[in-house]
Design a protein around this ligand. Structure first.
Ligand SMILES: NC(=O)c1ccc[n+]([C@@H]2O[C@H](COP(=O)([O-])OP(=O)(O)OC[C@H]3O[C@@H](n4cnc5c(N)ncnc54)[C@H](O)[C@@H]3O)[C@@H](O)[C@H]2O)c1
Ligand SMILES: [Zn+2]
Length: 704
């Protein structure tokens, strides 16, 4: 046996294990899917030629995913396998031959479906109710993410009383995905916030599903398409297509793009038809799935260790093209991050004409050894943003120009800085750099912030260029210049009236959205809501120190630092004063929620794991309503760690080490006054006594 082959098998195995980990755990791809599949195919070929070297745990034998350790897990009743895949039509014909041979020439049909690029999900329905959602995981066990799945709006929690009768318990499988417009909006937001862009909607969906807070998951607007039905024993349907029709009738979303095909020619027609048309769908697709329709025939054909023999995925190759790099444009975002964008000779790729490609940062330009005038390879595959994958060095023109990354801001000439640990260069001139100021204004008037009617991003940008506005507070000086505005091109009396009404109405926008609109780095919508609800007024918020801010649930250290620093700056304090004079809401109105009792006063809690009776948010609220405080981390001073199911072992050990009592959800509830008790009843019980009262049910061995 050649040692070279053995070494190659080992190297491939290691590399594929690593790439699987990156892909399924971290939602990152270091190489394209096509390259990944190429390496996997090479390993499969070497193993087939040298069976003695094939390892049972080889990536060719196992589904690539794993469980995340952040959720409870559940065993799949029927394993969730992968799909064999190919990029070639010849392979599809071979697949057809294998199937027909396996069925000994019996009559058969295929069903062709689009292959949606998201995350596979197994849903259990019990008595018509959605009971559980589990990820594919390692194919035998997956993460239970039911609460996150419940946030998916097109997914029925109860089935419609229509269509064929159904068994009391059954499973629906399908794909959870992030619709393309949502993905694009999310990336725009990330770009504006100076965060790294998500490579594709699949990574975005997978990342969203792993979030612990289901309100945050809901904000990611995930959607679901069902593509298979499973029930105990023999299926009540004869064919896969009949089950798809039933799923639709029951109210489950089934994409109506599927089709029955009697021959491989019809299958190939379907493949060709969707090659371009798929780009009109609001969901990312990376191929076609071809399935044998008849369930008995599926059974006859059976499975390999990793995938069914009765189905195959045809994956569309990433569309690549070659074009000329004309120039690099350096864009300055709201937080000063400088992003290089490649300007290209227009080239048609994957349904659109590509003129620009993202280059992320300076490192990437260096890694590609890019020069102006080069012919570059551009690829647009699962990744929505086209990217430059390489340079055609043989075609490098003699006069190609090396790219000199700017050392000063292209807009304001301030020397750029590169904070440690960050990939982007930044322009630190956040008070004087025009694109930053303009982007801040655009953010302030945007829909999720002040939502000023009659003042879109374009108009506010124009006003800025004309020197009519400089910052958020200056917008409220516009009414005094109404006449001047009415004389501007494309403005007119009517638009001005609308704008003034919009400005007036924006004074009623609640404090949390104003706070979001200020564009403090890392303070997104959710964080702004939490901070506003916690501090209620801007004075209280501005007075909070970074450690205090970090103790607010869901506000991490980085957010806390950035917020505290922002309010320290005199210019920002001045801005707040001018916004106050303008009449903008800088405090939440209405009554602060009254505490229901002070039973937990002086106690601090950390919640960890998954709870049975209440969601984590509900428990947080309960603790606060009874005077307790939630903190983020386990320290010696912590009163209680409330442990749910599947709490991480590290947390438990830390709590035990620091002698922090670990209690259960029930213990916590037992500490609260029962419904009959007077609210906020003065109690002579010390907090510790209250805890002791609950100690009868304390988690074993956990108290002191
Ligand atoms: N780039 C990388 O580093 C990297 C790493 C690991 C895996 N990958 C890619 O991931 C893929 C392997 O992942 P996989 O095992 O999940 O296989 P897969 O994604 O190729 O196919 C199986 C999945 O297809 C999905 N699917 C979508 N529409 C479907 C439909 N109509 N019917 C049935 N299933 C449908 C399901 O989620 C199913 O689990 C490979 O193509 C590989 O390129 C890439
Ligand atoms: Zn600048």
């Amino acid at each position: 046996m050649s040692p070279d082959i053995e070494a190659r098998i080992i190297a491939l195995t290691e590399q594929l294990h690593h790439l699987n980990y990156q892909y399924y755990q971290l939602d990152q791809s270091e190489i394209s899917d096509q390259e990944f599949d190429g390496l996997l195919a090479e390993l499969a070929r070497l193993e087939a030629e040298h069976p003695s070297l094939a390892h049972p745990n080889s990536p060719t034998q196992r589904v690539g995913g794993t469980i995340t350790k952040q959720f409870p897990t559940a065993e799949h009743r029927y394993p969730m396998l992968s799909l064999g895949n190919t990029y070639s039509e010849a392979d599809l014909r071979e697949f057809d031959e294998r199937v027909r041979k396996g069925l000994e020439g019996a009559e058969m049909q295929y069903v062709c479906e689009l292959k949606f690029d998201g995350v596979a999900m197994s849903l259990s329905y019990e008595h018509d109710q959605l009971a559980q959602g589990v990820t594919r995981g390692d194919s035998t066990r997956g993460d239970v993410v039911t609460n996150n799945v419940r946030t998916i709006r097109n997914l029925p929690l109860h089935l419609r009383p229509a269509g064929p009768a159904r068994p009391p318990g059954f499973e629906v499988r399908g794909e959870i995905f992030m619709p393309l417009p949502v993905f694009e909006e999310l990336n725009e937001q990330r770009e504006a916030d100076g965060e790294a862009l998500l490579a594709n909607p699949r990574n975005a969906a997978s990342g969203a599903l792993k979030l612990q807070d289901s309100t945050q998951v809901a904000a990611r607007k995930l959607r679901f398409y069902a593509y298979s039905f499973l029930m105990p024993g023999r299926s009540q349907f004869e064919t896969h297509s009949a089950s798809l029709e039933a799923l639709s009738a029951w109210g489950l979303p089934v994409s109506d793009t599927w089709r029955r095909c009697a021959t491989i020619e019809q299958v190939l027609d379907f493949v060709h038809e969707w090659d371009k048309k798929r780009f009109d769908l609001p969901v990312a697709t990376d191929g076609i799935v071809i399935k044998v329709d008849d369930f008995r025939q599926q059974e006859l054909l059976g499975y390999t260790a990793k995938s069914p023999r009765w189905a195959i995925a045809y994956k569309y190759p990433a569309e690549a093209g070659r074009t000329r790099l004309q120039a690099i444009q350096y864009q300055v975002g709201r937080t000063g991050a400088v992003t290089p964008v490649a300007l290209l000779d227009p080239v048609p790729l994957a349904g659109t004409v590509v003129k620009r490609a993202s280059l992320h940062n300076a490192n990437q330009i260096a890694a590609l050894d890019l020069r102006l005038g080069d012919l570059v390879f551009v690829e647009k595959g699962g990744e929505i943003i086209p990217k430059i994958t390489g340079v055609d060095l043989d075609a490098r023109p003699a006069d190609s120009q090396p790219i000199v990354y700017p050392t000063a801001c292209p807009a304001c000439n301030t020397p750029l800085i590169r904070p440690e640990g960050e990939a982007h260069f930044r322009c630190p001139n956040d008070r004087g750099c025009p694109p930053q100021l303009k982007a801040k204004l655009e953010h302030f008037v945007s829909r999720k912030a002040l939502d000023i009617d009659g003042l879109g991003a374009e108009t506010v940008g124009r006003f800025f260029d004309l020197g009519l506005v400089t910052d958020a507070a200056s917008l409220y000086g516009l009414p005094a210049r109404a006449e001047e505005l009415a004389h501007l091109e494309r403005m007119g009396e009517k638009s001005v009236q609308r704008l003034l009404a919009g400005l007036e109405a924006s004074k009623q926008v609640p404090f949390d959205r104003v706070l979001f609109g200020l564009g403090i780095r890392y303070v997104g919508e959710t964080v702004a809501e939490k901070l506003a609800a916690h501090y209620r007024t801007v004075e209280a918020l501005a007075a909070a120190t970074a450690p205090e801010l970090a103790a607010v649930p869901e506000v991490g250290g980085v957010i806390a630092e950035s917020t505290a620093a922002w309010f320290q700056e005199p210019e920002n304090q001045d801005l707040m004063e001018r916004l106050r004079t303008a009449g903008v809401q800088l405090a939440l109105t209405g009554e602060a929620p009254q505490p229901q009792s002070d039973r937990l006063a002086g106690l601090t809690f950390v919640l960890s794991g998954v709870f049975e009776l209440h969601s984590r948010d509900e428990l947080q609220e309960l603790i606060q309503q009874h005077g307790g405080k939630i903190t983020g981390s386990i320290s010696k001073k912590l009163s209680f760690l409330v442990a749910g199911d599947k709490m991480g072992p590290a947390k438990r050990e830390k709590a035990i080490g620091l002698k922090v009592p670990i209690i259960s959800e029930n213990d916590l509830l037992a500490m609260l006054p029962t419904a009959g008790e007077a609210p906020a009843a003065p109690t002579d019980e010390s907090p510790a006594a209250a805890a002791n009262a609950a100690s009868g049910t304390l988690t074993q061995g956990s108290l002191f």
